[in-house]
Design a protein around this ligand. Structure first.
Ligand code: 8YV
Length: 317
């Protein structure tokens, strides 16, 4: 079968990755093509499988350039970059890379919580800019982390990994989800405003896409309140960034820690200016170990499909 590889294998990919791909497929490296449209025009009609990443938009028009397509294997747990409904209509299977990144994404959520509440970014900027000239200087103060109330929006696998870590910080945890999860030991908030009202720290761990677009808007930020913090390791589209910038500037909330943005790599000026925000360039899964495991799982899906026509971690929308 023919595989179109839409992006380069990352440096942390297991060393045998390319040889595994080439043993299973005739590989067309779209990412190397000087002219992507010409490459798709030449090979699109005979491509059966696409290897994509959460950073590559795969909409209906893109998919329809591949009339023989059977499967799309995404690098990333999120698949809001793919028009899965359209793929299903065409009988195209889609896989993602769940589970293997939960710990690193949860770790980074905690990194953002600690950094934002303790003002670590601003403190480091203070030191590096040479302002720490006296040990008697009045330093900027942060906020205590231990014991705060943690609200989680979206208690999937990543949300649960974030919640587990809260025990070490003696934090009560509540969550809001489409459906309650009675098997989890946390209290369910029946609505998002109710959760935001209760929480000191609201962490977004839900999926992206149309269903969750701008779920975090001005009324939710107002409910979170002037002592509240917003943390987002999910998708930028979940937050109305204009409302968030305004809320940070006007003290409607106390601060925010963001790893994701609506139109990456563009970060709105209102957020860049906010000193009470920690901003990271979408690095939650970017550890050598996790990226390596993600690539390995994507390759396992690709190889299983070439062998048996079945995907190991097929997305069920
Ligand atoms: C990655 C992600 O940055 O898994 C996801 O959904 O957004 C991140 O883990 C991305 O998938 C890398 O391709």
């Amino acid at each position: 079968p023919v595989l179109m590889q839409c992006f380069a294998l990352p440096p942390s990919a297991p060393p045998d990755s390319l040889s595994r791909l080439q043993a299973a497929y005739e590989v067309v490296p779209l990412w190397q093509a000087a002219d992507a449209s010409a490459c798709i025009a030449a090979h699109g009609h005979r491509t059966q499988v696409l290897a994509t990443s959460a950073f590559i938009p795969v909409d209906a028009a893109f998919i329809d350039q591949f009339p023989a397509l059977q499967a799309i294997c995404n690098l990333g747990v999120g698949y809001d970059n793919i028009d899965v409904a359209h793929a299903k209509r065409r009988g195209i299977k889609v896989s993602n890379t769940p589970d293997v990144l939960d710990d690193c994404v949860a770790d980074l959520a905690w990194g953002l919580i600690l950094s934002t509440l303790r003002g670590m970014g601003a403190a480091e900027r203070y030191l590096r800019s040479g302002q720490w000239t006296s040990r008697l200087a009045a330093l900027p103060m942060g906020h205590r982390v231990t014991g705060k109330r943690l609200g989680i929006v979206g208690l999937g696998r990543i949300g649960q990994a974030i919640a587990t870590r809260a025990q070490g910080f003696c934090m009560p945890v509540r969550y809001h989800n489409r459906n309650p999860r009675p098997e989890c030991p946390y209290e369910y908030a029946a609505s998002l405003p109710e959760l935001a009202e209760w929480a000191d720290i609201l962490v977004i761990a839900t999926t992206g896409g149309e269903q969750t677009r701008h779920l975090i808007n001005m009324p939710i930020l107002q409910a979170l309140g002037p002592e509240g913090f917003l943390i987002n390791i999910a998708r930028g589209s979940v937050v109305d960034e204009e409302a968030l910038a305004q809320a940070l500037e006007q003290g409607i909330i106390a601060g925010a820690g963001l790893d994701v943005f609506e139109d990456e790599p563009h970060v709105p000026a209102g957020l860049l200016q906010a000193d009470n925000a920690t901003l990271l360039p979408h690095i939650a899964s970017a550890t050598i170990e996790t990226r390596s495991a993600m690539v390995a799982l994507q390759l396992d899906n690709l190889c299983a499909y070439a062998r048996s026509g079945r995907l190991l971690t097929e997305v069920q929308p």
